[in-house]
Ligand binder design. Sequence first.
Ligand code: SAM
Length: 239
Amino acid sequence: MKNQKNNLWGDYSQVYDFMAYHNSEYQEIIEIIFRTIKNLGIPNKARILDIGAGTGNFSIRIAESYKSCQIVHLEPDSKMIEIAKIKAYHKGLNNINFINSSFANEIELEDFDLILCIHALYTFPFPKTSLLDINRITNKDGKFIICDIGRVLDLLDWSLFLFKDNIKRNGIFSTLSNTLKSFKLAFNNRIIRNNQKRGVYWVHSHSELKSSLINAGFNILHDSIVYRGYSDFFVCEKK
Ligand SMILES: C[S@@+](CC[C@H](N)C(=O)[O-])C[C@H]1O[C@@H](n2cnc3c(N)ncnc32)[C@H](O)[C@@H]1O
């Protein structure tokens, strides 16, 4: 993968939760993942790692729902992680640790019962090597939940979808009053799209990610295509 030069995630952090709240497809991913975690029946004192955890939309909710578990929130962007820390502080959580680092760095991480990586792997410089590393730090019988954007974002398709979706959910006035934030969102999505096209970000098919997971040492327990066909969702177990 080529090097990434802009500070995309720091900039995106200003509108990330606006996107998360207003995008029904993102909300659907949250629902799917929480249903999955419930069905997996993770151990009582499980160690859980969220890689590329952003503003904490998954890690913080897990920490809230599974108070006996220890959550590690790994995120390299200082603005993204700051937002997550503020949310955790307001919720009074003490079972979540924040690590401000990229996964590629040689940081001490090991023994996880559950690892999540949501819409993050495709941005990593060496995603297939990262999958091997994720497998290495997963406990025996440990689970890995991954949801990853694999297809190049069609900006017009997404803008129209988000506009219509928002009018349906929030009404025309609320949608129009958020125009400025929507432009910022579209601007950041354009950078992602360009990074995908330039080969900075990994563009993959469902079957390519599936074989990469198997090659990295995972059994696939469940797989599906989500996020309007753009993302691949896998629930895996360490072989
Ligand atoms: C689209 S956001 C996803 C955030 C969160 N997982 C979610 O779904 O809401 C991608 C995140 O991956 C992080 N990221 C980028 N490269 C990374 C790396 N090498 N290691 C860990 N995280 C990384 C970015 O900083 C960004 O916060």
